[in-house]
Design a protein around this ligand. Structure first.
Ligand code: UDP
Length: 480
């Protein structure tokens, strides 16, 4: 390192898994680090980069605020028109392992030899998605420390870290039988977790299942990294974090990330959307009574059948409640669903319902007219709802969502868990319970948790002049 380089700020490479929830929260981490004076190279696939440029008001739109930020792109190895949603996600994961590793190696090697007058230090740390241990491989090869960043819950990480124990104890596989049998081999969860609450990749008949083995193996690689940052907070997942700390001492909690950003940055919060946000729903929300609307959204990857769509439709309409429903254009299996649904939708919902293809979710959740959230329990959506103090009905689709929803319903008492069913009568009843019958009970626990979430970020403000995210990263940088 020459004299010129020593005067420059540290330079970090951030590498998210290429999906909305992951890119969204790692861009927020990047914004916080830039805000703390650290230079960031943000590595995304060409596909994600193209969508961000088309639809978001992301960090690149604010070069003055983030002069330390730049994008780098690589291929994910999939055809351009591949939908990259639903069960395609594991294909993307496998493809990325093959294509991204040599490209990452090449990028870091060229960074090592580049001209030091470029105004940036050489990359001295990689912050990679917890699902991308290829970054740890390359970091070890080249001699650059790696911190893993978990955009999912600590309970999801922990459920897979305990994978070998679950297999040894014979609790896995369970062949889809009696889904209410309690799970005993995950310390910290033994009085409330059932088979059906395990992350969906455990629903296999053979433990040699390649997706299950890949995820357990990825999770166990965590101990090779210099540290792990999780977008959660201690009051939310304390007992799980305490157990996980025994195995992985260098865990840092920085959540709720999006709330840090709102407190730190006085300008309008930027959007990292891969879809175009339909802002008309905000005008519609403005004229609805306080806490009268249930917001319905299943994130960026969930797919549903036409029959499931119709169950939700009837359940929502029959509940008599107002709803704002996000139906992502590519989220329903089958070609003619739009015609089929629009005929039904036109009957009598104009005042009570608003349907959009993609919403500005963070803004929606804090709107005064929102009283509940029917969600797929993706981790970002869960945390955003917690911070906004909005009670939830959970309809998990896959991955971490099954375990997140159990915590929402049974542990944190923030709403109702509707997993493994999609029935208009149940939907109607749960919507009524959430919005009317059990409203006070859920609102009280949601308000309390929202306070704890805010405290988690406010304490950091009082204790230190830097953000938790910056601090955590600096702590790990100091360790190197
Ligand atoms: N989101 C949004 N508008 C929508 C639906 C979702 O902005 O209409 C955002 C949401 O705020 C969250 C992310 O997309 O930050 C979804 O992430 P999550 O982890 O909840 O689910 P995933 O999409 O990864 O399944």
């Amino acid at each position: 390192m020459d004299d010129h380089e020593t005067e420059l700020p540290p330079h970090v490479l951030i590498f998210p898994f290429p999906a909305q929830g992951h890119v969204n929260s790692m861009l927020k981490l990047a914004e916080l680090l830039c805000h703390g004076g650290i230079h960031v190279t943000f590595l995304v696939t060409d596909y994600i980069h193209g969508r961000l440029l088309r639809h978001s008001t992301n960090v690149q739109s604010h070069p003055a605020s983030y002069s330390g930020f730049r994008f780098e792109t690589i291929s994910d190895g999939l055809p351009e028109d591949d939908p990259r949603s639903g069960d395609k996600v594991m294909e993307l994961f496998r493809s990325l392992r093959v294509t991204a590793k040599p490209l990452l190696r090449e990028l870091l090697r060229s960074d090592r030899v580049r001209d030091s007058d470029s105004g940036r230090k050489r990359i001295s740390c990689i912050i990679a998605d917890g699902a991308l241990s290829i970054a740890t491989d390359v970091g070890e090869e080249i001699g650059i420390p790696v911190i893993l960043f978990r955009t999912t819950s600590a309970c999801y990480f922990w459920a897979f870290f305990c994978g070998p124990k679950l297999i040894q104890s014979g609790e896995i596989p369970f062949q889809g039988n009696d889904m209410d049998v309690p799970i005993k081999s995950i310390p910290g969860t033994d009085d409330f977790l059932r088979r059906r609450d395990l992350p969906s990749y455990y629903r296999v008949s053979d433990i040699a299942d390649q997706n299950l083995q890949a995820i357990i193996s990825e999770t166990l690689q965590t101990t090779r990294a210099q540290g792990m940052i999780i977008n959660t907070f201690d009051e939310l997942e304390g007992p799980i974090l305490a157990e996980a700390h025994l195995q992985c001492p260098k865990i840092y909690t920085v959540g709720p990330l999006h709330a840090h950003l709102k407190v730190r940055l006085t300008s309008k919060v930027t959007s990292n959307s891969l879809w175009e946000e339909d802002m008309t729903c905000m005008t519609w929300l403005d004229v609805q009574p306080a806490k009268s609307v249930i917001y319905v959204s299943f994130g960026s990857i969930t797919m549903m059948t036409k029959d499931q769509l119709m169950e939700f439709w009837h359940g929502l309409v029959n509940s008599g409640k107002r709803f704002l429903w996000v139906i992502r254009p590519d989220s329903v299996i089958g070609k003619d669903w739009e015609n089929h649904l629009s005929m039904e939708i036109l009957k009598g919902t104009k005042e009570r319902g608003c349907i959009v293809g993609w919403a500005p979710q963070e803004e929606v959740l804090v709107h005064k007219s929102i009283g509940g959230f029917l969600t797929h329990s993706g981790w970002n959506s869960t945390v955003e709802s917690i911070v906004a103090g909005v009670p939830m009905i959970c309809w998990p689709y896959f991955g971490d969502q099954q375990i997140n929803s159990r915590f929402v319903g049974e542990v944190w008492k923030l709403g109702l868990d509707m997993k493994d069913t999609c029935d208009r009568v149940i939907i109607e009843k749960m919507v009524r319970d959430l919005m009317d019958g059990k409203r006070e009970e859920f609102q009280e626990s949601s308000d309390q948790m929202a306070k704890l979430a805010k405290k988690a970020i406010t304490e950091v403000h009082h204790k230190a002049s830097q953000d938790a995210a910056v601090n955590s990263t600096k702590k790990v940088l100091v360790l190197m």
